[in-house]
Design a protein around this ligand. Structure first.
Ligand code: DGY
Length: 326
């Protein structure tokens, strides 16, 4: 650190609007941006990060021990332009004294809105309606055409009543849904205003919900949390919504359940191997597929950028950013 502020180079792995990076430049840091959406090959990436004081990455970048070692001992912070940190080896960062910065809170509303959009579209069969209209095959109003699920009185099973899960539940309450939730420990302070019932057994929550929505981080313990066995517990009229992380669900098992009519529909914003989408999902009429748009509003993306730049500046000045991982 100089008398004027933090010094050093920040390597940014993908293009971002210059205005979002301005706080770093204004503070006197050198901002080195990889100006292409295609990721760098490992050798080139390692060469570019060498000597950096901070990295600004996104959820499609893997931050592992090899990358940290390539950056070298001057690396102080890794800021990820996401709330999720499953792409970062947090232990390797801790061992090297590298602080990990992420973007909680500011994307809660945007992600909850998108989750509700998936839920509503799946419940009212909008993809099927869109296909029908676009195909030119629509013959006009019909009494039993594309009957969907009415939400009032239905149970929304929220797996993970954290920030985003609670915001989704609050929105669903406005549609008259009853909220049940599961996670390791009850959260009475979050559940009370939602009148949400804690279900201590995930299997029971799945079996008794009309719509299940996932709001959990991806960890080794939550990978394929919804495997073939658990998917089979959902009632045949139920919908599954996932705007958290794709690998929480066994995509192959989900395709089989949807194909065989053991599940009425799904709304997905995330996939097991993004940007690849299971080909079976592309063929199914009863799925709503979004390209990982959870936080994609201008307001939210700017706020996320502010959190990243502020966190980097604090870390490089020797402080502990409020949005650092514990
Ligand atoms: C996140 O921040 O983790 C989201 O998935 C981005 O939309």
């Amino acid at each position: 650190m100089t008398d004027d502020g933090p010094a050093g180079r920040v390597f940014v792995t993908r293009p971002l609007p210059a205005a979002w990076l301005a706080p770093l430049r204004d503070a006197g840091l050198t901002v080195d941006v990889h100006e292409a959406e295609d990721p760098l090959a490992t050798a080139e990436l390692h060469a570019r990060v060498a000597g950096a004081a901070a990295l600004w990455v996104q959820l499609t970048d893997r931050v592992d021990a090899a990358l940290l070692d390539a950056a070298g001992p001057g690396l102080r912070a890794v800021a990820t332009y996401s709330v999720g940190t499953n792409h970062i080896d947090a232990t390797a960062c801790r061992e090297r004294g590298v602080v990990v910065i992420h973007t909680p809170d500011v994307l809660t509303d945007a992600t909850a809105d998108l989750t509700l959009a998936l839920l509503l579209a799946a419940a009212r069969r909008l993809p099927e309606g869109q296909r029908l209209v676009a195909s030119g095959g629509w013959r006009g109003w019909a009494a039993t055409q594309l009957l969907g699920m009415e939400l009032r009185g239905r149970t929304l099973g929220v797996v993970g009543l954290g920030r985003i899960g609670s915001a989704v539940a609050a929105r669903a309450r406005a549609f008259g849904m009853r909220i049940a939730y599961h996670q390791r420990h009850p959260r009475p302070e979050a559940a009370a205003p939602l009148e949400a019932d804690f279900v201590d057994d995930l299997d029971r929550l799945l079996a008794t919900s009309d719509v299940v929505t996932l709001h959990l981080p991806l960890t080794p313990a939550t990978r394929h949390l919804l495997d073939a066995r658990r998917l089979a517990l959902l009632p045949a009229h139920a919908l599954l919504i996932n705007a958290a992380r794709g690998p929480l669900v066994d995509e192959g098992a989900l395709v089989a359940a949807l194909r065989e009519g053991r599940l009425a529909g799904a709304g997905l914003d995330v996939y097991e191997e993004e940007p690849r989408v299971h080909p079976g999902l592309l063929e199914l009429p009863n799925v709503v597929l979004a390209p990982h748009l959870g936080s994609a509003t201008d307001t939210t993306r700017r706020a996320m950028a502010e959190l990243c730049s502020a966190g980097i500046l604090t870390a490089l000045a020797g402080g502990r950013p409020a949005n650092a991982l514990a």
